[in-house]
Design a protein around this ligand. Structure first.
Ligand code: G3H
Ligand code: 13P
Ligand code: ZN
Length: 309
């Protein structure tokens, strides 16, 4: 069933688990994710970035998701815009049938972020669509080195409270030490759970979102590298930390990098092990299998969303 995130987030806050939001770019990724959700009996968020929309084209994405929903009437599926850069992109997705949009105003100063988020909230709500907003900046690995002396990149819990109150956003992405991509930590992986706890204390009814939360699954990374990739020293958020986040008030966990590694690992494996293979169904199929396995593991063993439909 195509739904907004309202009910799934409510349940996640009541029962202390998180829902995976997985980035979609093509049919095989969508199928891998949804097949995993079906098997795990888990609610799921399919999210598309504006570059994914440019690549796959919005009609193809919405129609493929429509097919996934039709095939899985028992699974709550939300279609979400990831990192909407401006009002127009958010509006385009609302009008195209997305049930949730993110407006990412984190690059603006506080007041401008409030104003621009409000505009999106007003339009989206008038069409029954929910809005995720972001406050605080996700650290890059270089920023992370100076993190102790630079508390400013983390979300300020007091500001988060004011932001939610003034914008009316439905969920909030916060910065507690994660970052996008395959290189999140140089040393030990660490998140600021103290900030998360304070945020939850001040805005207990607002679902909290964690971006940049891929594990950079060691087995997938090793597979990519074994079959010819060169991705040295990559490091993500370990499963134990994501498990803790899932039971400590995070309602939505964003995953893109792990799916990229899964697709790439599967495709590379076929190319190297079977040099004579040139049927796209063979190598894309292997990628799809690995996407499914990866998502299923997260739902059942990490986020706790299995059997929560
Ligand atoms: O947070 C960003 C996501 O990983 C999407 O990345 O803009 O390359 O599709 P993308
Ligand atoms: P990762 O790069 O850690 O997969 O994060 C994805 C994300 O936050 C999408 O918005
Ligand atoms: Zn993100």
């Amino acid at each position: 069933m195509l739904v907004t995130t309202t009910e799934m987030f409510k349940k996640s806050m009541e029962e202390k688990f998180a829902i995976g939001a997985f980035n979609i770019n093509n049919m095989e990724i969508i199928q891998g994710i949804v097949d995993a959700a079906k098997e795990a009996k888990s609610p799921v968020i399919l999210e598309a970035s504006s570059s994914a929309i440019k690549f796959a084209r919005i009609n193809y994405l919405t129609k493929m998701v429509e097919a996934a929903v039709e095939e899985n009437p028992e699974i709550p599926i939300a279609l979400h815009l990831d990192h909407g850069p401006d009002f127009e992109t958010c509006k385009m997705c609302v009008d195209a049938g997305f049930t949730s949009v993110m407006f990412d105003g984190s690059k603006y100063d506080f007041e401008e972020n409030v104003q621009k988020t409000k505009e999106v909230v007003e339009y989206a709500h008038s069409k029954g669509v929910v809005v995720e907003a972001e406050l605080g900046k996700l650290a890059g690995i270089e920023d992370d080195v100076k993190v102790e002396s630079n508390d400013a990149i983390y979300t300020d819990p007091e500001q988060a409270r004011e932001f939610v109150e003034r914008t009316g956003c439905d969920s909030l992405a916060i910065a507690i030490g994660t970052s996008h991509g395959a290189y999140k930590f140089k040393g030990e992986a660490k998140l600021r759970f103290d900030i998360l706890a304070k945020v939850k204390e001040l805005i207990p009814n607002t679902p909290i979102v964690l971006h940049g939360a891929s594990t950079v699954v060691p087995e997938l990374l090793a597979m990519c590298n074994k079959y010819g990739a060169d991705i040295p020293g990559a490091k993500g958020v370990p499963d134990e930390i994501l498990r803790e986040a899932s039971t400590s008030g995070v309602s939505k966990i964003n995953v893109d990098t792990d799916l990229r590694l899964a697709m790439t690992g599967g495709i590379r494996k076929v190319f190297i092990e079977e040099p004579s293979a040139f049927d796209p169904r063979k190598y894309l199929g292997e990628g799809r299998n690995l996407v499914k396995e990866t998502v299923y593991h997260k739902m059942t063993n990490v986020f706790g969303s299995a059997n929560k439909i």
